[in-house]
Design a protein around this ligand. Structure first.
Ligand code: PLP
Length: 428
């Protein structure tokens, strides 16, 4: 039986080693963060044992009275956090949230318009290798070559030309804020719905530090594990519920609201049983995000990103769009004669984790790339501040400028480890 099983030393030894890696390394991957101990406790709890297909109060399984309260708490807290009318907290991930939205509001073959993957967009916004580009007909808008910024009038022109049913905004590597109002004008002109995928900056948006999408975007999706600092997962929100434009009806002949279309698109549309242990952890994280301490954290995330951006600029690195409004930046390494692949593989030798990334109009393949993406969310959770950002840029510059000198890289690694060793891994 389970009780007599020997401890799995193999897996737990690997987890211990991964914890060591996280402790002594410098984590600059823009999509990562460190959750609190209580988020991990909820996620690692007995809630994983429970089946709960359906929604709180409307389940297809018995014994859901307690998980109903947990899921309802997650819903209530996220509604308060973002000031929205409706939320579904069940999507297993950001990709699942986007899949559910598209299943709910589109028919196969419908046209969609998203932000170009190679300019900073996400796979699920129409990439040909993803369901979104296989099931639907994608077209893309991008940034301007001279400025690295999106020209909102050009997005409107593209929408007029392409006549999409859905316009998607949001990105994985765009360091500037979004003009949701202009995008809504583009959507209204062609009768499209507007989806904002705020996976990256959602924590900063929750605390009012960036433009709010809720007034202008029909539907908003996000992951819960980036700046929001919750467990890995997804989430769908509606600022205001509305009648679905497809005119879908309930079995009783009533027009279905968008919230009911989306609930059905999550389950049974794209998922089976919700992960109630993850939803419990989401509830804990949303509770944390409601606190003033989290508000201070998000302000520090932006201050740290700006400190990183100015230190890189001082050292002659080219930041796409010239700076950042959020937690991340994309650096074009071509002026330094380096590739993203070389940067990623060399920095890891100094225990610095970044990711290679295409830059707009990149002439290299996605496996090589000309850029690196850097984010401040995780290092800010570790407690680092502006002065530390200048040191981090110094470490990165030393490694990249001496990429074939393992002795120098080893020296930087020792400094990195000394900086990180005593900083707590958890957010609270
Ligand atoms: N949307 C955006 C904008 C993202 O950046 C990401 C993740 O990087 C996702 C969706 C997908 O999230 P997940 O990895 O949880 O499926």
């Amino acid at each position: 039986t389970t009780r007599t099983l020997a401890p799995d030393t193999v897996v737990f030894d690997l987890i211990r080693r991964e914890k060591e890696r996280q402790m002594h390394g410098l984590e600059l991957i823009a999509s990562e963060n460190f959750v609190s101990e209580q988020v991990m406790q909820a996620q690692g709890s007995i809630l994983t044992n429970k089946y709960a297909e359906g929604l709180p109060g409307k389940r297809y399984y018995g014994g859901c009275e307690i998980v109903d309260q947990i899921e309802q708490l997650a819903i209530d807290r996220v509604k308060e956090l973002f000031g929205v009318e409706w939320a579904n907290v069940q999507p297993h991930s950001g990709a699942q949230a986007n899949a559910a939205v598209m299943l709910g509001i589109l028919k196969p073959g419908d046209k969609i318009l998203g932000f170009d993957l190679s300019h900073g967009g996400h796979l699920t916004h129409g990439s040909p290798v993803n369901f979104s580009g296989k099931l639907y007909q994608p077209s893309f808008y991008g940034v301007e070559p001279e400025t690295g910024l999106i020209d909102w009038e050009k997005v409107k022109e593209t929408a007029r030309r392409e006549q999409p049913k859905l316009i998607i905004c949001g990105a994985s590597a765009y360091s500037r804020d979004w003009n949701y109002q202009a995008l809504r004008e583009a959507a209204d002109e062609v009768g499209a719905l507007l989806l904002a995928d705020i996976s990256h900056p959602s924590g900063l948006i929750a605390k009012g530090l960036l433009n709010s999408p809720f007034e202008h975007c029909h539907i908003v999706t996000t992951t819960t594990h980036k700046t929001l600092r919750g467990p890995r997962g997804g989430l769908i929100m509606l600022g205001h519920d509305f009648d679905n434009p497809l005119g879908l009806k309930t079995p009783k002949g009533e027009i279905r609201s968008m919230s009911s279309v989306l609930d059905g698109a999550v389950f049974p549309g794209t998922q089976g049983g919700p992960l109630e242990h993850v939803i419990g952890a989401k509830a804990v994280a949303f509770g944390e995000a409601l606190s003033d301490a989290y508000g201070e954290y998000t302000q520090q995330v932006i201050r740290n990103a700006q400190a990183l951006a100015s230190a890189f600029t001082e050292r002659g690195y080219k930041i796409i769009s010239g700076g950042t409004d959020n937690h991340l930046m994309l650096i074009d390494l071509r002026s330094k004669g380096l590739t993203g692949k070389l940067a990623e593989n060399t920095l890891i030798k100094a225990d610095i984790t970044i990711n290679k990334n295409m830059v707009p109009f990149d002439d290299k393949s996605p496996f090589v790339t000309s850029g690196m993406r850097i984010g401040s969310a995780a290092v800010t959770t570790r407690g680092l501040r502006e002065a530390d950002m200048a040191r981090i840029v110094d470490f990165i510059d030393q490694v990249l400028m001496n990429h074939d000198n393992d002795t120098r890289i080893g020296e930087v690694r020792q400094q990195v480890n000394a900086m990180m060793r005593d900083l707590p891994l958890f957010s609270v």
